[in-house]
Design a protein around this ligand. Structure first.
Ligand code: HEM
Length: 485
C-alpha cells in the first residue's frame, strides 16, 4: 500500500490551527484522540503523518540520522543553533561530541558527589521546614524539586551552583525557566517573537512582551548576566587545565575552550566565540536539566502519596538497603540495584514521561515502509513518546501507576523494548544518566527519611498538557513527617 499525500488545508491556516490548539495543549489531546483510532498511521497535516506502531520506533529514530530532524519543530531557538535545535547531522554530531564527554555514565558517576551534596541541602531545607512536625501550610515540593535540579545543572554547567535552595522560598530563575518552557511552543509558531526577545534591549522587550512570555525575557537577562560573568573571568588556557573553584572542567569552559582554541565547530559560522550561542546553550542546558527531572520527581512522589502502600514498600526497601539515616551512604550505584525504587521510577517515566512530545522526522530519498505501507520521501513522520507508553498491546492496565509491572520482567520483553522516555538515536536525551542519578538519589533520600501525604490544598493535577514538556499546570503540595530511625 502507498500513502498519497496532497494538501488538505492551506499551510498558513494549518499553522494557525495548530498554534491555537497547542495553547490548550493539543498535542496531548490529539495524542489521546489518536490513541482511540484503529489505524496506526494517521494524517495530521498536508505532508505529515503520525504513527502509532511501536515496532517502527527504532527505524524512525535510528542513530544514523537517516530520518533527518524536521527544522520547524526546533524553530523555538530562533537564529541560534543550540544542541537540541541543530538539525544538520554533521553539525549536530560535532556539538554532541563536545557535550557527550560531560554526560557519559562514567562522568556522572565521578561527579556524583555534586548530586549528593545538593540532595543533602534539599533534605536539610525540608527538615527545617517541618522541624519534626507536620507542617500546617503544606510544603510546595514541586518548587523545591525545581530548585534542586537547577542547582545541580548550574554546578555542572558553570562550576558554581546557583544555590537557589540556600536562598529563601522563591527562586526567580527557577520560576522564570518554568514559565519560559511553558511558552516555548509560542516561539515555534510565531518566530519573530523569539527574535524580538533576544535582540531588543531588556527594558523594551519586557514592556512589549505579553505577561506569559515575560519569563522568557527575564531568563535571557539572568542567563546573559551569568554568561557575561563567566566570560569576564575566563582566561584562554595554555593546554588543558582544571579550574580553581571546582574539581572538574565545566561544560562552559569546554565549549569556550574548544571554540577559542581553533577547534572549528562547523556549527559556528565564525570560529570566534559568540555570546548569543553561549546564552542559547546555557538556557537549553538549564531548562532541559531542570524542568524534566523536577517534573518526574513530583509525579512519582504524587503517586506515592495517592497510594500509601507503594510509599510503604519503598520505605521498607530503603531501610533495608540503608539501615543508617546517614545520607552519605545513598549514592547512585547503590540505588540503581534496588528493584522497587527502580520500578517506581520507570513507572513514573512510563505514565508521565517528562517529554511526551511527538518528534517529527523527514523520510529519506528512497522512502520507507512502516509494516506493509510505503511512505514516500519528504513526508514528515512523527511518533509520540506518550503513545508508545500507552499502547494496550504492550502494557496492561495502562492508566494505572503500577510499579509491580516492572518487577521480574525480561529485558527483551516488548514492555522494556518499547519504553522510550529519553527517546532513541542520535538526538536522544543528552542528560539521561544525570537525570537517572538525580532521580535515584533524591527519591531514595526522601523516601528513606520522610513520610509524605497530599496536603489538603494539594494542587498537582493528573491532567497535564503537552507543551513540548509535560506541564502539570499546578504544583505538588504535601504534608511531611520525619521518621525517627
Ligand atoms: C526525566 C528527565 C528527562 C527526560 C524524560 C528527558 C527526555 C528527553 C527527550 C525525549 C529528548 C529528545 C527530544 C527530541 O528529540 O525532540 C531529550 C533531549 C535532550 N535532553 Fe533530556 N530528558 C531529561 C533530562 C535531561 C537532563 C537532566 C538534561 C541535562 C542537561 C537533558 C538534556 C537534554 C538535551 C541537551 C537534549 C537535546 C539532545 C540533542 O538534540 O542532541 N535532559 N530529552
Amino acid at each position: 500500500m502507498q500513502i498519497i499525500l496532497r494538501p488538505a488545508y492551506s499551510p498558513v491556516l494549518l499553522n494557525c490551527m495548530e498554534c491555537i490548539g497547542t495553547s490548550f495543549g493539543t498535542d496531548n489531546t490529539s495524542s489521546k484522540l489518536k490513541n482511540g483510532t484503529k489505524s496506526p498511521i494517521i494524517r495530521t497535516g498536508p505532508n505529515e503523518l503520525s504513527i502509532n506502531d511501536p515496532s517502527f520506533y527504532n527505524t524512525l529514530y535510528a542513530a544514523n540520522y537517516k530520518f533527518a530532524p524536521y527544522p520547524p519543530h526546533y524553530a523555538f531557538s530562533g537564529s541560534v543553533d543550540f544542541t537540541a535545535s541543530i538539525t544538520d547531522p554533521a553539525t549536530h554530531k560535532d556539538r554532541r561530541a563536545i557535550l557527550n564527554r560531560f554526560f557519559s555514565k562514567a562522568k556522572i558517576l565521578r561527579l556524583s558527589s555534586t548530586i549528593q551534596n545538593n540532595v543533602r541541602e534539599f533534605v536539610r531545607v525540608i527538615s527545617e521546614s517541618t522541624d519534626g512536625k507536620t507542617s500546617e501550610s503544606g510544603l510546595c515540593l514541586s518548587s523545591l524539586f525545581r530548585r534542586l535540579t537547577l542547582d545541580v545543572i548550574s554546578e555542572y554547567a558553570f562550576s558554581e551552583s546557583f544555590n537557589t535552595l540556600g536562598h529563601g522560598i522563591d527562586s526567580p530563575i527557577a520560576e522564570g525557566i518554568k514559565r519560559s518552557i511553558r511558552h516555548l511552543w509560542v516561539f515555534n509558531f510565531i518566530w519573530p517573537l523569539q527574535y524580538l526577545a533576544t535582540k531588543l534591549p531588556y527594558g523594551i522587550a519586557s514592556m512589549l512582551a505579553p505577561r506569559n512570555l515575560s519569563g522568557a525575557i527575564d531568563l535571557q537577562k539572568i542567563v546573559g548576566a551569568e554568561v557575561d560573568g563567566f566570560l569576564k573571568n575566563f582566561k584562554a588556557p595554555k593546554g588543558r587545565r582544571v579550574p580553581e573553584k571546582s574539581n572538574h572542567l565545566t561544560i562552559f569552559q569546554s565549549l569556550v575552550e574548544e571554540t577559542a582554541s581553533g577547534f572549528e565547530l562547523k556549527s559556528i559560522s565564525s570560529p570566534k566565540l559568540s555570546r548569543e550561542f553561549l546564552v542559547g546553550e546555557a538556557i537549553l542546558l538549564l531548562g532541559a536539566g531542570m524542568e524534566t527531572t523536577a517534573t518526574l520527581l513530583s509525579n512519582v512522589v504524587y503517586q506515592a502519596c495517592v497510594n500509601q502502600s507503594i510509599q510503604h514498600n519503598l520505605h521498607d526497601e530503603l531501610v533495608k538497603a540503608f539501615p543508617s539515616t546517614d545520607l552519605n551512604a545513598i549514592d547512585y550505584t547503590s540505588c540503581e540495584n534496588l528493584p522497587y525504587l527502580t520500578a517506581c521510577i520507570k513507572e513514573g517515566l512510563r505514565l508521565t514521561p517528562s517529554v511526551p512530545v511527538s518528534i517529527p522526522r523527514v523520510v529519506p530519498k528512497d522512502g520507507t515502509f512502516c509494516g506493509k505501507t510505503y511512505i514516500p520521501p519528504g513526508t514528515v513522520v512523527s511518533m509520540s513518546i506518550y503513545l508508545m507508553h500507552q499502547n494496550p498491546t504492550v502494557y496492561k492496565n495502562l492508566k494505572v501507576f503500577d510499579p509491580d509491572r516492572w518487577l521480574n520482567v525480561s529485558t527483551t520483553s516488548p514492555q522494556e523494548r518499547y519504553f522510550v522516555p529519553f527517546s532513541k538515536g542520535s538526538k536522544s536525551c543528552l542528560g539521561i544518566y544525570l537525570a537517572y542519578a538525580e532521580i535515584y538519589v533524591t527519591l531514595a533520600a526522601l523516601m528513606r527519611r520522610f513520610k509524605f501525604t497530599l496536603h489538603k490544598d494539594n494542587k498537582l493535577t493528573e491532567n497535564w498538557v503537552d507543551h513540548m514538556v509535560l506541564d502539570t499546570l499546578a504544583d505538588l503540595v504535601v504534608s511531611v513527617e520525619e521518621y525517627d530511625d
